[in-house]
Design a protein around this ligand. Structure first.
Ligand code: ZN
Length: 289
């Protein structure tokens, strides 16, 4: 199942169109379910099991009568009660930024909800800052999870989206202690999309290619099989402390190739276009200003 947020309404994407989402078609969840689910995407996750069961029975009869225009999409989970990210969850990325690869759960930081946006649009670069790119797979929680095991974790994940964990490095590393949460939560710094894909739709949800390119130049190119803490292991570890709630989102960490780890360092510039993709899910396109 693929769930999108089309101008504030939950939409099931039935055909994904071109690689950039152009030509995707779908159906309004509220209308198709006779008013049972939606229309607001944020209300869908608390009924995720019922939505899945309804979809399994109804899928063959749904008619894709909506144009799912990527320019009109918002974040698939637009109002998570909790949004967070994991730092240094790929060994090569920890190394390039001068940190030890974590053996315990990697550092966890908030992605403040006001920074959430969709898969297209313009992102303003903070004046005087060094804004960096971080392609990530984002997991959306579909079932309340507390003290679950890694084996139980995929059953608690509604699906995965493409994410960018945009990061202003000056703010992040200005003392006295790193400011991960603030530095990664400027407006527009947490885009997700283009839609959520449930794990059963992916050939292997634990091994997805992911990457991003600036003006066509590929700067990150990794695979989620290289995650130190896989999606199910990370969700299980987080649930040892937190109660994860339906709609919560977890940015699972970025592979190597970020700008701060380069020699010389490189950061995003006004006018550049950042394209971000995950295999089997789709892509996002943002312009920096
Ligand atoms: Zn990150």
């Amino acid at each position: 199942m693929r769930l999108a947020n089309l101008e504030g309404r939950a939409v099931l994407v039935l055909s994904t169109g071109a690689a950039d989402g152009t030509g995707a078609r779908g159906v309004d969840l509220h209308a198709a379910s006779g008013g049972r689910f939606g229309p607001a995407p944020e209300t869908v996750f608390e009924h995720w099991d019922a939505v899945r069961a309804w979809y399994a029975a109804a899928a063959d009869e749904l008619v894709a009568d909506l144009d799912v225009d990527p320019d009109r999409l918002g974040p698939p989970s637009p109002r998570p009660l909790q949004a967070m990210g994991l730092g240094f969850n790929y060994a090569e990325h920890a190394r390039e930024t001068g940190f030890e690869a974590p053996t315990e759960l990697p550092p966890v930081f908030p992605k403040f909800a006001s920074s959430l946006t969709g898969p297209r649009g313009v992102v303003d670069l903070p004046a005087g800052g060094n804004t960096d790119w971080e392609v990530e797979v984002v997991a959306v929680i579909g079932r309340t999870a507390h003290r679950i095991t890694p084996e139980q974790a995929w059953d608690h994940v509604a699906g995965l989206c493409v994410g960018q964990d945009l990061s202003e490095r000056r703010r992040q590393f200005a003392g006295p202690a790193p400011q991960f949460g603030l530095a990664k939560s400027y407006p527009g710094f947490s885009p997700t999309g283009p839609w959520l894909v449930s794990p059963d739709e992916l050939a292997d949800p634990d091994d997805l290619a992911l990457g991003c390119a600036i003006d066509g130049e590929v700067v990150q190119d990794g695979r989620t099989s290289r995650l130190l803490f896989s999606v199910p292991r990370a969700v299980a570890e987080l649930s040892r402390v937190l109660t994860l709630l339906p709609g919560d989102i977890v940015f699972t960490g970025t592979p190597d190739g970020v700008g701060v780890g380069r020699e010389p360092q490189r950061f995003l510039r006004s006018g550049e276009t950042l394209r971000t993709w995950v295999e089997g899910i789709g892509e996002m396109v943002h312009t920096l200003r």
